[in-house]
Design a protein around this ligand. Structure first.
Ligand code: GLY
Ligand code: MN
Ligand code: MN
Length: 436
């Protein structure tokens, strides 16, 4: 768990970046109806979670740096015995104060009364502009109310600033506490992939492997998958976001599994590709080894001070060279890279930031240049080769093959640390585990 004092430190850091006489307003995520009166499992807005950890919908948090009567305020649902009987525990404003360290807290039903008075006279309002259309509308109504009072001396805020610009940069650099949770998310997810490798045999259905994976997530206390698990047998692996998972796994095919859990708000994102029958064929092994070598080269390009995109470039060069060596691409490697010939077989980038969101926040470029990596950033490294089943320009043996290998790394002082290493990826190790 993130300690309450860490949330407090985050709020302090944010407030220290805010202009004098300003206010930040953060809305909880809306609940989403699945059908009629049943709802999707609730997921709190990540900025809200990051700044205070309060888990309920219908809440708004407010930060007013330097305000004598309290800098951190929460609006939330009041305690309600009947509602709690149906839908579960509510903290109420008392709980927001006592357990989440709010300086003051109010019923959400009082927000129209109270918030305009807090906004009035502030120079700047920091909030997630455009994230929630409903909340945008409310905020504009509160501002309009203040404008309507102008004749009585009310001063509406003059500037709106995107809160994400500040919070996303903070989220990009993970604390020791966050890295600990991400290691745990990585370890649980790695265990799930090991379990899938051991459970796989010809005739099993993709959804049964998904069940093995997600059983392991739930069994170890993860909230669930951090994104819809991808289990693609054979040519289904060529569909990058394949989530149907309805087909039978066939002897002689590979299966590609991209699955990671969410543990206490933090995501893991692992991909492994392995043979359904436990033995790589020669063409499968050839493609596999190119992808594995590309990933190894990418790891060597991850360290503080190295530009984010170096790892991506490393994977492109190893994969292009590999495809030429196998006769799948033809030409000079430098020329092929220059014209992006790999894109037909490797159509995504080598990775992304990872954190509370699987595709986490934070800019990749600063002033139009790839930013340098820094200690505490967490990212995925996920090269792949996908050969379309109907690609008649390549030898038949390659058609329909898909391999991706994805791990999660923390940038450390000297390089990077893999936090998902507990699941094998050398071919012999995979074959050994599958046989066990
Ligand atoms: N699982 C989504 C991704 O690898 O980016
Ligand atoms: Mn993935
Ligand atoms: Mn990924």
């Amino acid at each position: 768990m993130i300690a309450m004092k860490e949330y407090a430190a985050r709020r302090r850091d944010l407030m220290s970046m805010m202009e004098p006489n300003s206010i930040a307003v953060v809305a909880s995520a809306p609940e989403k109806v699945r059908s009629k009166d049943t709802y999707y499992p609730y997921k709190q807005d990540a900025t809200f979670t990051y700044l205070c950890g309060f888990p309920e919908p219908s809440a708004v948090m407010v930060l007013i740096p330097g305000r004598d009567q309290g800098e951190f305020l929460v609006f939330c649902r009041e305690k309600d015995r009947l509602k709690e009987t149906w839908d579960g525990f509510l903290h109420g404003p008392e709980g927001a104060r006592d357990e989440y360290a709010a300086d003051d807290a109010f019923p959400i039903t009082d927000i129209d009364e109270i918030l305009p008075g807090l906004l009035e006279g502030r120079g700047r309002v920091y909030y997630d502009i455009g994230k929630d259309a409903e909340f945008d509308k409310h905020l504009m109504e509160w501002i309009t109310n203040i404008r309507d009072q102008r004749a009585r001396g009310a001063v509406p805020p003059g500037e709106f600033v995107d809160l994400g610009y500040y919070v996303n940069e903070m989220r990009l650099l993970k604390s020791a506490g966050e890295i600990k949770l991400m290691r745990r998310a990585g370890a649980i997810s790695a265990g799930a992939h090991r379990r899938a490798m051991q459970a796989t045999h010809p005739g099993l259905y993709e959804y049964q492997l998904q069940a093995e994976i997600e059983h392991e997530f739930a069994f170890h206390g993860a909230t669930g998958p951090a994104y819809t698990s991808i289990v693609g047998g054979g040519r289904n692996g060529c569909i990058l976001h394949y989530i149907e998972n309805r087909c039978r796994l066939l002897d002689g095919d590979l299966v590609l599994i991209d699955a990671g859990c969410e543990y206490l708000d933090y995501a893991a994102d692992i991909t492994r590709t392995f043979p359904v029958n436990g033995h790589f064929s020669a063409p499968q092994a050839a493609i596999y080894d190119v992808v594995l070598a590309a990933q190894a080269e990418a790891f060597r390009s991850i360290a503080p001070g190295i530009a984010y995109n170096c790892a991506n470039e490393a994977t492109i060069s190893v994969i292009t060279q590999g495809l030429v060596d196998l006769g799948i691409l033809d030409g000079d490697v430098g020329d092929l890279i220059a014209r992006g010939a790999h894109r037909e077989f490797y159509m995504h980038n080598a990775g992304h930031w990872l954190g509370m969101d699987v595709h986490d926040v934070g800019d990749y470029k600063v002033d139009k240049s790839w930013r340098d990596l820094e200690t505490g950033m967490v990212l995925t490294v996920e090269p792949g080769i996908y050969i379309a089943p109907d690609n008649l320009n390549v030898d038949q043996q390659w058609r329909g093959l898909a391999v991706r290998i994805e791990d999660n790394v923390v940038v450390t002082r000297n390089g990077c640390e893999q936090i998902t290493a507990e699941v094998p990826k050398e071919r012999v190790e995979i074959e050994r585990l599958m046989a066990s």
